[in-house]
Design a protein around this ligand. Structure first.
Ligand code: AGP
Length: 575
């Protein structure tokens, strides 16, 4: 979702902020913009295209700039609605990530005399700032805003007259990186090699950057930010010969899994698991699907009662106990639906163990304990390697209680991945058979049904083909009415014992559906794709790679923008 960045250079050297903004591209966006402040004048450039297009338009360089990638919420995708956005008097220019829930009300109460150019909630913030600055200084005005604005936001406002760069945040991430220069951004990925320490703002903190110094406030009092040292690592964002990041990331999975084979959990985490009577897993999207597998693992391997919930639904269920352990899973660590729940749980002093793909993020900061899956940046919007890695970490956690971790079968299972990586023609063939369809079913029973959920989401995300995942036995209770001649159905089968699956295949074949079977080699059934798995519960490893390849090659045939599918954002930072 939206990414914001502000750069304040220590001297008058000029800088192209767009190279840093490009590091936020992976979050997903539909337009972008930048403002340079030069000799008390704003120079603004916008594009409803990619940052590369903005780079072509931008003709200025400055030592004070703000920039933005927008994922439209209020108002359509247009140059007008793209940020930065000016206040009425033209003194202030803002970039904002998040949603102001009460923007209409605030507009009505305070801004009736203001003229609005855009359809955004952001314009209300910058005009409110201007409004309060008429009778207060800027810091007091920010304090007033911290009391008035409802919702999630992180914003940076550049002041044309003073050269100050104001900022404030609630719920959406905002991090200040300090070194020779100052970079303030939604994500540490936007930092450059000059940043040697960082400070993650807490909710309702605000302040300004002036002459390369940071002034921080909370509740009208100045506070001292405690910067933590930062070692810049220039993540490998090159395609290295791959056609898409998604493809590259699928291939990275094997080595990342290998790295985790001997990973040891710290003793606090082991104690947390061993002492848990019940484990509740919460996440969104693909991470939720990893959570479903996790709950299956806990139930089957550790006899710990466990269930998984979708983050945005969790607050509607209240049958959990004070001694439950909550495991929250989030690739980005910034998913608003999940942050909301983590905050509620934290306020009730629950034990929260988070599984994230970095350590500097909101969810890991809020949790009692964190496990970093350390999969490296995932640029493609569709999660691949992080699904497999998070699921693997959950598998290892579930093995703790009864000491069931069988390193040998994990090593063998991972070694078998080469066969999958070397069989892309089979996935391409399957993709060719399905890519012209409008609808498709993924069917499986038990464990395999959980795999189907991810297969279906992955296909929808990047191919835009409608698909449903369903339990084999459940199909006959209604959805079978959709089955007509040649309707494509893909089965995942990891276990001979799934009688419902075998019955369902017969039922659908007799209705002339087009049946494709993906199974492990221990299942005695003729299959379109066979994968090796050394242990039934580890089948998610080969299956995940196969389902990702099928989606990938299907989207490729459809000529879709695989790494940046329409309407989607990598990091969903709004509720
Ligand atoms: C995955 O392919 C999707 N992009 C999406 O479902 C994602 O998993 C979900 O938004 C949760 O994100 P998180 O793991 O960063 O919390």
């Amino acid at each position: 979702m939206c990414g914001i960045i502000g750069c304040s250079l220590h001297d008058n050297s000029k800088y192209n902020i767009l190279s840093q903004l490009a590091k936020l591209e992976y979050r997903g966006y539909d337009s972008c913009g930048v403002t340079d402040l030069i000799n008390n004048q704003f120079f603004t450039f916008k594009s409803t295209n990619r940052i590369s297009d903005l780079k072509n338009k931008k003709t200025t360089l400055s030592n004070l700039s703000i920039a933005h990638t927008r994922w439209a919420t209020h108002g359509n995708v247009s140059t007008k609605n793209a940020h930065p956005i000016l206040s009425n008097n033209g003194n202030y220019s803002i970039v904002h990530n998040g949603i102001i829930e009460n923007y209409d009300k605030l507009k009505e109460v305070y801004l009736s005399a203001f003229r609005f150019i855009t359809e955004t909630d952001t314009e209300v913030i910058v005009n409110l700032f201007e409004y309060f600055c008429k009778t207060n200084d800027e810091i007091d005005s920010l304090y007033i805003l911290s009391k008035l604005l409802k919702g999630s936001y992180a914003f940076i406002i550049l002041d044309k007259k003073s050269d100050n760069m104001y900022f404030m945040k609630n719920k959406s991430p905002l991090i200040i990186g300090k070194g020779q220069d100052i970079i303030i951004a939604s994500d540490i990925l936007a930092f450059d090699k000059n940043v040697s320490s960082y400070y993650r703002l807490n909710d309702f903190e605000y302040g300004y950057i002036k002459n390369n110094k940071v002034f921080l406030y909370h509740n009208n009092k100045q506070i001292k930010p405690s910067f933590i040292s930062f070692i810049y690592s220039n993540y490998n964002n090159q395609l290295n010969g791959y056609n898409h990041y998604m493809e590259k990331e699928i291939y990275e999975t094997k080595d990342l899994l290998k790295k985790q084979i001997d990973f040891k959990f710290d003793s606090d985490i082991i104690n947390l698991i061993n002492s848990s009577k019940r484990i509740i897993l919460i996440a969104s999207g693909t991470s939720y699907h990893a959570g479903l597998l996790g709950s299956y693992f806990f139930n089957h391997l550790s006899n710990i009662e466990s269930s998984a919930y979708i983050a945005c639904e969790f607050e509607y269920f209240d049958y959990y106990n004070s001694d439950d352990l909550f495991i929250v899973i989030s690739q980005s660590g910034e998913t608003a639906d999940l942050i909301k729940i983590v905050n509620i749980l934290k306020n009730h002093n629950h034990n929260i163990l988070s599984i994230t793909n970095s350590i500097i993020n909101t969810i890991s900061t809020l949790s009692s304990k964190n496990i970093n899956i350390d999969a490296g940046i995932e640029i493609a919007v569709a999660s691949t390697k992080t699904y497999t890695l998070s699921s693997f970490i959950l598998y290892k956690l579930a093995c703790i209680k009864n000491n069931l971790y069988d390193k040998r079968s994990v090593i063998n299972c991972i070694a078998e991945l080469d066969n999958i990586y070397n069989s892309t023609d089979i996935y391409k063939d399957l993709a060719k058979s399905i890519y012209k369809n409008k609808n498709l079913f993924f069917l499986g029973s038990g464990y395999d049904n959980l795999i189907c959920k991810e297969a279906s989401l992955k296909l929808k995300e990047i191919s835009y083909i409608h698909s449903e995942s369903m339990s084999c036995g459940e199909l006959k209770h209604g959805s079978i009415s959709l089955i007509t001649k040649d309707f494509p159905v893909i089965y995942f089968i990891s276990d001979n014992g799934y009688k419902n699956t075998l019955n369902s295949i017969e039922e659908l074949k007799s209705r002339h559906a087009k049946v494709y079977i993906i199974s492990t080699n221990n299942v005695e059934i003729e299959s379109d794709i066979k994968v090796s798995s050394t242990n039934d519960l580890l089948s998610f490893i080969p299956f995940s790679i196969v389902l990702q390849f099928i989606s990938y090659y299907t989207a490729l045939l459809l000529n879709n923008d695989i790494d940046k599918p329409r309407n989607l954002a990598k990091s969903v930072t709004v509720l």
